[in-house]
Design a protein around this ligand. Sequence first.
Ligand code: FCB
Length: 466
Amino acid sequence: MKANATESTREFPEGFYWGTATSSYQIEGAWNEDGKGPSIWDTYAHTPGKIANNDTGDVANDHYHRYKEDVALMRSIGSNAYRFSIAWPRIYPQGTGAPNVKGLDFYNRLVDELVAAGIAPFATLYHWELPQALQDKGGWQNRDTAKAFADYAGFVAEKLSDRVRHFFTINEFRSFVDAGHQGHELQVPGGVITISLAPGLTLAPRELNQVRHHAVLGHGMAVQAIRAKGKAGTKVGPAEVILCGVPLIEKAEHIEAARIYTRERNAPFLTVMLEGKYTDTYLSESGKDAPQFTDEDLRIIASPLDFVGINVYKADVYVLASDAGSRWREIPYAKAQPKMHNKWLTLAPEAMYWAPKLVQSLWGAREIFITENGCASDDVLAEDGNVYDSDRVMFLRSYLTQLQRATADGVRVKGYFHWSTMDNFEWTAGFGNRFGLVYVDFKTQKRTPKLSAAWFREVATRNAVA
Ligand code: FCB
């Protein structure tokens, strides 16, 4: 529907991908079926006390067996794309060695189903499920893990790239590295919270920086392996949770402060991937704890990308220029800054404008995908059987309005993936945090599209904010 003369246009560029996203551990279940090996998340979730309510992903959404129904749901809510992840230990139960054909077959079936439904498959190769066998050899502390990851990535690209045209290497480096190996601190209104994830280690700063380095090295090696083994034209990039500084006042000096903040705060991840060097500030602040690396490592890490994927939920902080000149001044969230159901999810829709805009202006990204955005709620089924998640609709409209503004300003965003397709296992929060457009009753596995699914369908069909 075209906007009339008095209405502002809220349209997205032609060919925009409207998708939803999930990850394997969070929805598949079938944790030990068809030859799958255990991952660090199986181990972590099976350790009493790690997950709220001692929930596990053993069954989760039983998507492994219900994928056809789930693809039909995606189609019914208007998606033309789907971002899912592949569980490394389904393909290589021990992390390396002989591939497990049955594990690969599941993804073949899923991809075929998607393609038949007119939904473009976007596959993430690492959404945190390190094979436990590799963790037992030091996990990401061991440089060999980077090579093992690349071998697995190359194999999957060889087998699936006739139908999967977009691969994400690694999801949220910062989360699984920092939260998994030390505990990740996040600014929230009124203070700071710490988030922990599998494998639940607390490494010293020097070891942590080395894990960060191995993760980006694994990414770079995987980019090269995908190019070597994938069909011509296969596209590849990361899916990182960018720490974005948002200028509180949109004026040149404050925008510049946000740029500098964003470049420095992403130094161990996006910045090194896109610039091929660690920033001087990162290296000097790390001092004797800086990672050990070679020039060749840096060249691999900065292997050219087709796109940059970013997960955008919030602003990391608001910034203003500091009196000292070009550096930034952080303005803490005011105590009453609104937040969503999760303590960590501060409402800051401007991040959806600034994050892609800064990625383009800092690093000249050719294409950008919003690989995740969404919010949890304490959704309940109303008496009439529906879920009226007006809070999620408000959240999405606010963020997509900012995204539309970015595309109208010439930011090359090519698609948006809503987190998540359906309620699922939300890591240490277990099944208590519902992020889906589709409600899931985990006792019966019944799926019920929420009000937000109807809203999403409207947006996707109109290719405009609704
Ligand atoms: C991101 C994760 C994703 C999901 C959302 C809510 O950090 O990538 O798996 O848990 O947050």
